[in-house]
Each structure stands twice: as structure tokens, then as C-alpha cells.
Design a protein around this ligand. Sequence first.
Ligand code: FAD
Length: 384
Amino acid sequence: MPIISDPRTALPKSADVVIVGGGVVGCATAFFLAKAGLAPLVLERDQLGCEASGEAAGMLAPQAEADQAGPFFEFGLAGRRLFSPLAEELKAATDIEIEHRPIGILVPFFGDSDREALLARARWQQKSGLSVQALDRREAIAAEPLLTDKVEGAISFPEEAHVNSRGLVMALAAAAGKHGASFATDRPVTSVIRDGDKVAGVRCADQTVSTRTVVLAAGPWSGLFGEALGLSIPVSPAKGELLLVRPEGRLPDRIVYSKQAYLIPTSRGEAILGTTTEFVGYDKRSTLAGLGAILSGVSQLVPTVGSATLLRAWAGLRPHTPDELPLLGRHPRIEGLILATGHHRNGILLGPLTGRLVQELILGMPPSIPLDPFRPDRSMPFPA
Ligand SMILES: Cc1cc2nc3c(=O)[nH]c(=O)nc-3n(C[C@H](O)[C@H](O)[C@H](O)COP(=O)(O)OP(=O)(O)OC[C@H]3O[C@@H](n4cnc5c(N)ncnc54)[C@H](O)[C@@H]3O)c2cc1C
């Protein structure tokens, strides 16, 4: 893949499209644009996938996370459908295995309110024709013998899946490169250059790249471009911590999930445990409080987890918006500026489809899903 990694190397003077940010959204956008015959340039401040995209838990879980049907739910389902063919395409193009595994998610319930909310979720999803099963206590424990004996039942979402997030970013970037995209790392974009109400290029240290189209995919840093552009781009960081452990005995066969915590068995016999949500700026430290909260939450689901060996602890920053929906589309006030950010907890699930949607926007094609609910200039319930 053509990566300009030496900051002393001159950047190209112009590009069809400049993508700011080399996370899953930026790399997926580069992939779909390059496949369509354009030559996008990705400018990444640090390394590809160095932020949330390379650090995420990797669940593809539109059903387990959804409280209601609606455009965001449809976005998630369409995003999940893209993964099987994408995994094959990326493997064939790059030989990188993104470890897409539709292992399913089990959501146990414990008290009356928990049970009613989850059974209601199972009912509306069943009515929509989706694959979901309500299990009683005996069935839940038979399905997953490591569950706590306090469990009263569970909802099973057999089509939910897991993917290796870092592998996904690297495969998208490598495939994009094969189709003609370029990447420059260690290149922080300092501003988007305007010519009146149009995009004219970007500035990167003392260099300028001319372009008529900029895709802003800088994750929780995207909001920092707003002030200079005179726009509100309400994205801010929502910190989440994760742990990687090796269990003493066997692992659950599927993801075990609750609102408080989750356990994801990986293909290497380890487990990813998550997570926390904190609004503490750009702080990415792993804390004992975070570790304690995750351990306590997961132990309530799978009590044997306490004897596992801790292999790694880390944190990442989700791009959060006030209404928790992505900002996706052309900005109506600046011609040539496309926002592709704010995917919060679901950027791995939604990243590839976001790349395709940006490709459709740039080529003037009808979008695969309605984009109006994600308009970058929509009114938000409260300030970021
Ligand atoms: C703990 C945790 C668990 C998660 N689990 C899941 C999950 O299970 N499933 C799921 O779907 N999602 C999950 N997510 C969410 C997901 O990781 C994010 O939504 C997604 O990675 C966002 O991708 P992005 O490309 O928009 O942003 P990022 O990954 O943040 O990428 C943005 C890139 O822009 C670069 N950048 C910033 N400023 C500049 C600049 N000025 N110039 C150039 N480049 C710049 C950054 O260096 C970064 O590489 C999780 C997130 C966290 C933190």
C-alpha cells in the first residue's frame, strides 16, 4: 500500500478527495472511493487505526443494543449485512483475515424490569422478522453453562457477530491502496481551507493539498475543525475501557452481554471484557476504577471470570454526539465538505457502510439507506 510515512516527504499538491483521519471510517471511505475509480488521499495525524478503531471491542450488535426500530436500527442491520461479503473481498484482495465470526450474543436477565424490557425487545424484533429467541432459565443455562446460576432467562441474538477491529482497519486500508488510494501518516491536518462557501483544500503543517472534497472522519477530534469553519460539529470523546484476559478454563461460546458489561470470546482462546463510559476529555488512561467496574459487571454474568489472567488493559475514545447518532452527509453551508463521524459505540459496525454511503454521495448516487436522520446540521437536543 502506498503510505507516505516520512513527514519530510512532500504531499501530493492535489487530490480528488482528501479524507481527514485514518480510522475505520476514513479507511472504509478510501476503500469504496478507490474501488469506484477515484484517487483519495487519507491524511492521518498519527498511525492508521491508532485510536478507537484499532482498540474497539469489535461487536457487530445492532439487535442487542436497540431499544426501538427506526433509521439508526436499519443502519445497523444494513451495516451488519455488509460484513460477510466484505470479509471475503478483503481476504481475497489483501490476505488479511478480519476474523468475522457470527457467534451470536446472549443477553441474560435477572429481575422483573430487566425481563420485561428484554422480552419486549425480543417481541418487536421477532415481529420485524429478525432472528431472536427468548430462553427460560433452564434453556439459558443449557445454551451457556458458564452463566451465573442467578440468571432468570436470556435473549439470544444468533446473528450478531464479532470482528477483529484492528484487522478490519488494516485490511480496508490495504485494499484501498490496491485500488489506488494513498495514505500519509504522522500528518495532522491543521485546517480545512475555504474559498468562500466552497472547500478548496487542507493544510497540513506547512503544506497545502488542493481538493474540492474533504471528508471529515477524525473521530472525536472532528469537532475541533468546527470553530475555524464557523460551524457547529458537536462531536466529543466518550472514554471506554477494555480488558483482555485468558481464562483458566473454558470460555462461553458466544458473546455474553448486559447494559453494564460484556464478555467476548476471541478466536485465540482469550476474552475481551468491557466496558465503561466516561466524559473526561481526551484522557485514555486505564484506571483501577474502570477495571473494577468491568470485573464486577462481567462477574455478575459469568462468575468464573475472576480467576482469569489479565493480559492487557486499555482505553479508547468514542466519537459521541449529543443525540448519539452519527453526523453523516454533506454540510449544507460549505460545498465539498462531507462529515462522516459521531458513530459513538457502533463505529466498527457502521464504518464500512459509512464508507459506501460517502462514496454514493460523492458519485451522486441514491444512498443505500436514508441519510436525513443523520444530517450534519440537524438540531441537537442539547449542546455538546
Ligand atoms: C472501548 C470501546 C469499545 C468499542 N466497541 C465497539 C464495538 O464493539 N462495536 C462497534 O461497532 N464499535 C465499538 N466502539 C466504537 C468504535 O470504536 C468507534 O465508533 C469507531 O472506531 C470510530 O471510528 P472513526 O474512524 O470515526 O474514529 P477514530 O478511530 O477515532 O479515527 C479517527 C482518526 O482521525 C485521526 N485524526 C484526528 N485528528 C486528526 C487531524 N487533525 N488530522 C489527521 N488525522 C486526525 C486520529 O488519529 C484517528 O486515527 C468502541 C469504542 C471504544 C472506545
